[in-house]
Design a protein around this ligand. Structure first.
Ligand SMILES: [Zn+2]
Length: 220
């Protein structure tokens, strides 16, 4: 048994494959790789760094641009956003600024510019980063605190839809993927925060922060 790295309740042994043991949490639904099997930082860097390749950049751009358009339909005007992880290339950043928006970038693994964590954002997006979180509780606390009231949080991480398929799921074989989420996990996060879960699919999890949540906090 380990302590669930997201909700911190006991997480029970779930499965052992050729390389790693995995633990599943009944409360929040997170499946986590055994912390003892986490790879060395240089291996993480090499695997995660593949996002710089052109195909990955294309996927990232295809994730962010339509999302920005959708959010802008709900919230007209210039938007200030944070792209958490998977740094966008110049071309995509230019397209975003031509549309009148600003997106800062923060890479928790390689470009940890803490200045961008001083702002509050209309939206935060994170493309295929959550599965790399060794401390998802800490990362969630950080990310959720950076969203303005009424702001949006858009996450892409392949959701686990059926635990019985986990043993054959290729996604778990990448040693840098250490946290796996189910829809239940985002429902748990929404129920324990001031976010509402609007949508959860294989390609997009969309959450919105309640209005006035900062005010509530100030009153406490
Ligand atoms: Zn949990």
């Amino acid at each position: 048994m380990i302590s669930c790295p997201l909700c911190r309740k006991p997480s029970t042994f779930f499965l052992q494959d050729k390389k790693r043991a995995f633990y599943a949490c009944k409360l929040c639904g997170l499946v986590a790789a055994d912390p003892k099997s986490h790879v060395m930082p240089n291996v993480e860097k090499q695997r995660y760094g593949r996002s710089q390749k052109a195909t990955k950049q294309r996927q990232l751009t295809q994730f962010i641009l339509p999302l920005l358009h959708q959010i802008n339909q709900q919230q007209p005007g210039s938007l200030l956003g944070l792209n958490f992880g998977r740094v966008l290339d110049e071309k995509c950043i230019e397209t975003i600024s031509h549309a009148g928006h600003t997106v800062y970038q923060y890479d928790p693994f390689f470009a940890a510019d803490h200045h961008v964590l001083q702002n509050r954002y209309d939206f935060i997006c994170s493309y295929k980063v959550f599965e790399h979180f060794r401390h998802p509780y800490k990362e969630w606390q950080l990310i959720s605190s950076l969203v303005k009231p009424n702001g949006w949080l858009a996450i892409s991480t392949p959701l686990l839809t059926d635990l019985t398929h986990f043993s054959k799921w290729h996604y778990k074989n990448n040693p840098t993927h250490v946290s796996f989420y189910q829809q239940q996990t985002f429902e748990y996060l929404a129920a324990h925060s001031d976010f509402k879960l609007l949508f959860a699919s294989q390609t997009l999890i969309l959450m919105q922060k309640a209005s006035g949540s900062d005010i509530k906090r100030n009153l406490i």
